[in-house]
Design a protein around this ligand. Sequence first.
Ligand code: NAD
Length: 387
Amino acid sequence: MERRFFPMQTFYVKTKVCSGDGAMDILGNFASRNAVIFTDAFMVKSGVAARVADKLSNCADVRIFDEIKPDPPIELVANGLQFLLDANADLVVALGGGSSIDAAKATILMAKRSGAKDNISLIAIPTTSGTGSEVTSFAVITDREKGVKYPLVDEALLPDYAIMDPSLVVSAPPRITADTGFDVITHALEAYVSVGANDYSDALAEKALELAFQYLPKAYANGQDLEAREKMHTASCLAGMAFNAVSLGINHGIAHQLGARFHIPHGRANAMLLPHVVRFNANLDANFGAKQETTASLRYAHIARRIGLSGDDTNALVLALIRHMFYMLKMTETPATLKDAGVTKEAYESVKAAMIDAALKDACTATNPRPVTHDDVAAILAGLAKW
Ligand code: NAD
């Protein structure tokens, strides 16, 4: 039999993932450490930061840095570094959504790269089911002045531990549940069709998609549904592992621009783009008519079947998947156009060309299953640009 050759790939998960009752108790294992909790004002107000601080009672010192804002800017990371050095911290606990976790990761990287401090352990405790940042070597930082989001990619960004406690997500309102849930679906689907996709990442992505398509509607409808919250938390972590191994695609490349320019929450930007990116990758025309099948079409069709959709052939299955995505956007009252997301035509037109250039240069775009040109990105954006 002919032997097939592939470029060498490695797959590993460095982060120890702790879940189930008592997962938070591992915080008691860090005796005599100087700990800093990176979090935001909501987690302090809701008392969750204090609960985490209590669990760190064996540490020598515990301080809380509660300045995290969504889409953490570079200046925040600089403030975080000063806080970390003042505390002489050797343990950081990142508590919150992707913004808190990314800010903590970027701060630790800055401490290491500048030579200011090495050997800082990181424990990530996600309170949204979305980014998967607790298991990824990515951190997304925003340059507000330039209107650009930078995905940092470095193995040193991988947390040492992730504590997966779905009860912490119960307080997330439906809007945040939907936005972050679509982030999970986008991570898993982009990983599944990435040019680097392999059997290891496929296993993670397929399971993440199965769980997310089944449980996101339930978590959205009833935030107190702990089973739905747990499954979405697991899906988020699995999707994070998948894309950490094989990266993402043009959906994220463009979403980073929409987030940086118009402050559309990350998951919502991904959600709005997803049906249009699937259309492009599957080589359907602007009216969703079928042309030549692509490798990505076959993969989308497989996922459509796996989540219970039907269709007579590959293109019919891809179309069923796209229709299902539009249905989920509608069901969760997620905007489908830039207008509905609060962006004016003038604001969009004034930065469109710069956004397209930046999307093509974004680190995530390199692994998209179809090569992407300036005109392709313009065509994907045109699906949202309706006033
Ligand atoms: P977020 O962290 O920005 O939080 C959004 C809002 O939700 C905040 O106001 C926060 O206070 C609130 N919130 C968080 N948990 C809550 C809870 N349990 N109850 C009530 N409110 C809660 O949102 P996110 O979507 O988790 O993270 C988005 C950021 O992560 C973006 O900057 C994005 O670019 C980045 N990101 C990183 C990765 C990665 O691998 N590092 C992957 C995808 C996205």
